[in-house]
Design a protein around this ligand. Structure first.
Ligand code: FE2
Ligand code: FE2
Length: 259
């Protein structure tokens, strides 16, 4: 089995296109997108273009924290999303007030597609499990590497004891944008390989750069082992000057001064 793992394209269509093309050239049996297809509340490129790419027949996608926030605004799911987000231990920024405007940029049929996305996948008779961050909460990184997330390690371990992740021998995820792989013992006492793919937008990219390197992973089972190949592919943002902050300010939004 060969799996291509892509995630965290965050609304940059050229980054997703580059990762998909590079991953497909390895002829994977499965192409998995592990979430954060948009950035909330506003994406650099139209969300509909990202969604069209991910609707390809050979892609299996789940939602990330950004995607579930965008789809949940104005629905009963929103309270649950905020409760998961609050497990990080600090309040979300005032940009939350722009969520209705962000969601209005998504066409109704694309929003329906987003709302049908699952939060996890299991395949290969349960040997492979996919989530965005930790099982059951797309806001918390699996290895605790994100310093802004002050979550108790016991919370992560409890998530990994849920039946599907506990049974898996391979756990695939994204969310923290650096690629990483490590081995652990499952609560059911078998070995587990955890692979976090490098973000399709890359990491540590100098702001404003016209050419960037995006990450993805090819994971192949050989004998009883999983071979992991972290790869990079170049991509060019349509607007190299786009920043999240600038996209908010373009709406007239004023960031509150820090106290
Ligand atoms: Fe992300
Ligand atoms: Fe994320």
């Amino acid at each position: 089995v060969r799996i291509a793992l892509i995630g965290d394209s965050h609304g940059f269509v050229p980054a997703l296109e580059a990762a998909l093309a590079a991953a497909r050239s390895s002829a994977p049996d499965l192409l998995v997108f592990c979430g954060d297809l948009v950035t909330v509340p506003f994406s650099p490129d139209p969300p509909g273009e990202t969604i069209e790419l991910l609707r390809a027949e050979d892609v299996r996608a789940i939602y990330g924290n950004h995607d579930i926030a965008l789809r949940a605004w104005g629905t009963p799911e929103w309270d649950q999303v905020m409760a998961m987000r609050m497990e990080r231990g600090y309040q979300p920024g005032p940009w939350v007030s722009l969520m209705p405007e962000g969601q209005a940029r998504v066409a109704p049929e694309d929003l329906a597609w987003l709302r049908a996305l699952p939060g996890e996948l299991a395949f290969d008779d349960g040997r492979v499990y996919v989530c965005h961050a930790i099982p059951g909460n797309p806001f918390l990184s699996l290895d605790g590497s994100d310093r802004r997330e002050s979550v108790d390690p016991a919370v992560r371990e409890a998530a990994l004891r849920l039946p599907k992740p506990a049974a898996a021998e391979l756990i695939l995820c994204g969310h923290s944008h650096l690629p990483q792989a490590f081995c652990r013992r499952s609560p059911l006492e078998h070995g587990q390989t955890v692979v976090r793919t490098g973000a399709a937008i890359g990491w540590g990219q100098p702001p404003g750069s016209a050419v960037r390197q995006g990450g993805y992973a090819i994971v192949t089972r050989r004998g009883g082992d999983w071979e992991i190949d972290f790869r990079l592919t170049p991509w060019r943002p349509r607007d190299p000057a786009w920043t999240w902050r600038r996209s908010l300010e373009a709406t007239g939004f004023v960031f509150p001064r820090s106290p």
